[in-house]
Design a protein. Sequence first.
Length: 82
Amino acid sequence: MTDALVSARHQTMQPGSPARPKPVSRRPGLAELRQLISAWRARRRFRWDLEQIARDNPHLIYDIGLSRWQIEAEIAKRFWEE
């Protein structure tokens, strides 16, 4: 069998080569960037709301089973952190 008849995937599967070929990196599209920014905004808004509730009505935080330390740790995260 010549190299011309072997697929590109099988050509990379030579002895001593990794089991999987490296994925081709691509730039994110506009839709993926919009989703990412939307997720960041949702996290920022959630943490802002959580901070307001913790400040104004701390008893509500304890009612849902969270400690003050857990709330402060969540509020301290940046918008890109999950």
